[in-house]
Design a protein around this ligand. Structure first.
Ligand SMILES: Nc1nc2c(ncn2[C@@H]2O[C@H](COP(=O)(O)OP(=O)(O)O)[C@@H](O)[C@H]2O)c(=O)[nH]1
Ligand SMILES: [Mg+2]
Length: 165
């Protein structure tokens, strides 16, 4: 295992997160293995050591680290540590206007068993309010009935509920 896989791609032109073919293969593998797995994601501003921390947790160098202001993670990248039965998810940096923070936080909150909010120093009230909108979006989506399709497009959240006949 040399590199994390591109799990969910973020297209900033249309503000859409899309599951990649690699991501889909990983989900199929997990589903067919019928193993209980844990999903651990990490969010936070760029250059706060998110990828470095995940490399430590996975004991690999799969997540690319960089001090550059150009993001090296676009969207969400993943590593499936089969020996630990954990999928680790690295994410694009928040709070620099290059990604829709609210949707990224909501995505991580919904798909993770554990979501690490990485801050360079001590967490403060500004950090909490930064993530509050994303968490609120996640909660509103989570409360939806099953059979509901959620389409997040630009700033609109379109909810379609399929009524079983
Ligand atoms: N001094 C110091 N540098 C760190 C630490 N963690 C990461 N770095 C460095 O900070 C830069 C950004 O780290 P990276 O993991 O790519 O941050 P990310 O953008 O949040 O994923 C890299 O050059 C890392 O080597 C840390 O705990 N202390
Ligand atoms: Mg990174």
């Amino acid at each position: 295992m040399n590199r994390s896989l591109e799990f969910i791609y973020y297209d900033s032109d249309v503000n859409l997160f899309t599951l990649t073919a690699e991501g889909s293969s990983l989900l199929k593998e997990v589903e067919s293995s019928k193993k209980d797995i844990l999903v651990v994601s990490i969010i936070g501003a760029a250059r706060t050591g998110k990828s470095t921390l995940l490399n430590l947790l996975t004991e690999t160098n799969c997540f690319v680290t960089s001090n550059s202001t150009e993001p090296c993670t676009l969207g969400l990248n993943a590593v499936y540590a089969r020996d630990q039965s954990i999928i680790y998810i690295d994410t694009q940096g928040l709070f620099d206007g290059k990604v829709d923070d609210e949707k990224l936080i909501a995505l991580c909150a919904l798909m993770s068993d554990v979501c690490i909010y990485n801050v360079p120093q001590v967490i403060d009230s500004r950090n909490i309010s930064n993530i509050a909108n994303g968490v609120r979006l996640a909660v509103s989506l989570y409360a939806l009935p099953s059979g509901t399709i959620i389409i997040i497009y630009n700033f609109l959240v379109l909810v379609v509920t399929i009524i079983a006949c």
